[in-house]
Design a protein around this ligand. Sequence first.
Ligand code: FES
Length: 111
Amino acid sequence: MAFVKVGSVSQLTPGSVLEAEIAGNSYAICNVDGELHALDGVCPHAGGPLGQGALHGATLVCPWHAWEYDCRTGANDFDPDVKVECFPVKVEGGEILIDVPETGAEAPVAG
Ligand code: FES
């Protein structure tokens, strides 16, 4: 795992979602009342882009068919066994960094 920069805090106001792509994988970063959460950006239902979803409180809504996930845990609201992976997030110097799996020989490049 390695922390990778995905954007600045000023881009991600409370209640908004940021889509980030790192080494071909997409991630959704949510700001829930100032608390940041990072999830896998691919919806387990049919691959919808969760990073383009809408945030209602702590619930991230997939833009394709409106499946809902708790962005603090990744759990689907209807079936908690359906989960998207969550990743650690930190803020340094106004930048958002998420801790994602290393993907191979090359270091991931921040978008
Ligand atoms: S792809 Fe996300 S709800 Fe269908």
